[in-house]
Design a protein around this ligand. Structure first.
Ligand code: 9YW
Length: 435
């Protein structure tokens, strides 16, 4: 059973690996290279094809801009099965964007630092991997410097995202609060996602109007970070994004310590790490909800909802033992009923919860993988095992889909997962969970 699932996962990853040296998340639906997908995919690849794992990261980092920025999508080909493509995003507007690769002008959660450390954990030939890491790590470091120097206008130790696509959790109900503050024009465009996936599992047309409008404002300002901080209607300190930065900071510190030298970089990272963790605990913790929440920097107000992003700080060792206890209790009370798989992407007790729709409720394997690791680290072994087993059960029964219904009984005998099929990070992280 276990070996069979691993073989099927490997088939998914191999079929999605492209000649250009990267892996598409899902054929048709997502035909390019996505930043945080690449990281999770490399973790899976490291278990059975070190060359592909290294190539995945190398290809992504080749598309880095001269200011250290790493884009969220690298458009390696002219595939027109995805909207909005490179002609809408226009990365060339930024003076320091890559001259070689077309990309978006927004980023995604900074996972690459901890991914390098995981690749080292996984492979047998540590020396060979360390050589690879030595050749790449400074690019990831530059990316962290980019964040601290450009995405933290009030110098708080927390970085902002300016678009919901930067969060990785595209249509989370958390963003509804922000959509309420905006009134974008009605755009005319041809959706592609709904030609691949049932529209009931995807964001609405009106939500896409918001997504496009925020990009238009960034483009009018040539993707200038300071201008975006000043003008973007969407400006958020996201707990998931900042937890990934903190997790990756720690990985970079530990990797540089293994490599030796680099004292100035270690000092810079440690200084920011301390500030970031303190600010995270101070600003993003909601004592009443017993969870970490998003902060709307544009409107100066916390966005008080519990989502799977609220639990990601466990993976980055951010909460104290006591606070972790409160957080895990919140999770079990709201998300952990016997009728549900862990872990829904949005609070099942909230009116906005929808178990079928993308980031508004379904289970995502990447979030579960992080949660599993975090829970284990804090000593919640039984709950961690449940998260792991739930993930495996869902994939085994429903297929290597993009997301999964969190309800044990959906009333549908022929149930399947939702979104894209043969989805790369679901395959990659199942391999890591099973090994
Ligand atoms: C889109 C590729 C990406 C993920 C995101 C996920 C989805 C793409 O797919 O966004 O067009 O909306 O939300 O996290 O990186 O797998």
């Amino acid at each position: 059973m276990k070996e069979n699932l691993i073989h099927r996962a490997i088939d998914v990853l191999d079929a999605n690996f492209q000649e250009g040296g990267f892996t598409i998340p899902s054929k048709g639906l997502y035909p390019f290279q996505w930043k945080w997908d690449s990281g999770f995919i490399a973790i899976g690849l490291a278990h059975y094809n070190t060359d592909h794992a290294k190539k995945e990261i190398e290809t992504l980092l080749n598309a880095q801009w001269d200011n250290g920025f790493i884009p969220h999508i690298v458009f390696h080909t002219d595939d027109d099965s995805y909207f909005p493509g490179h002609d809408f995003h226009r990365s060339d507007l930024h003076p320091l964007s890559s001259k070689k690769y077309k990309s978006t002008g927004m980023t995604q959660p900074p996972v690459t630092g901890f991914v390098l450390q995981d690749m080292l954990r996984i492979v047998e030939d540590k020396e060979d991997m360390l050589d690879f890491i030595k050749g790449q790590i400074d690019k990831v470091y530059d990316n962290h410097v980019y964040f601290y120097e450009n995405r933290d206008p009030q110098n708080e130790g927390l970085v902002y995202i300016y678009h919901n696509w930067e969060s990785g959790t595209d249509n989370s109900p958390v963003w509804d609060d922000i959509w309420d503050t905006m009134n974008p024009p009605e755009y005319t465009f041809e959706r592609k996602d709904t030609t691949h996936v049932d529209a009931s599992e995807r964001p609405s047309k009106r939500e896409y109007d918001h997504y496009l409008y925020i990009i238009d404002i960034a483009k009018q300002n040539n993707y200038d970070d300071a201008k975006i901080a000043e003008l973007s209607p969407f400006l958020v300190q996201d707990p998931l994004f900042n937890a990934m930065l903190i997790k990756s900071n720690q990985a970079l510190i530990e990797l540089y310590e293994i490599i030796g030298g680099n004292d100035d970089k270690i000092t810079y990272l440690k200084k920011n790490q301390e500030r970031s963790i303190a600010a995270f605990n101070q600003k993003l913790w909601d004592a009443e909800l017993g969870a970490y929440v998003h902060y709307d920097l544009r409107n100066n107000t916390p966005i008080r909802h519990v989502s799977s992003s609220s639990f990601s700080p466990l993976f980055a060792a951010i909460p104290s033992k006591e606070r972790a206890e409160v957080l895990v209790n919140t999770m079990m009370e709201r998300f952990g009923g016997d009728d549900k798989y862990l872990c829904a992407s949005f609070d099942p007790t909230n009116d906005r919860f929808n178990p079928r729709k993308y980031w508004r409720g379904p289970v995502w394997i990447n979030m579960n993988w992080m949660l599993y690791r975090g829970l284990k680290e804090y000593g919640y072994t039984d709950i961690a095992e449940r998260v792991k087993n739930d993930s495996i059960e869902l994939v085994e029964r429903d297929g290597f889909f993009e997301y999964f219904d969190c309800r044990k009984d959906t009333g549908d005998e022929t149930r399947k997962g939702y979104g894209g099929d043969n989805f790369s990070w679901s395959a990659a992280l199942i391999i890591d969970l099973l090994k």
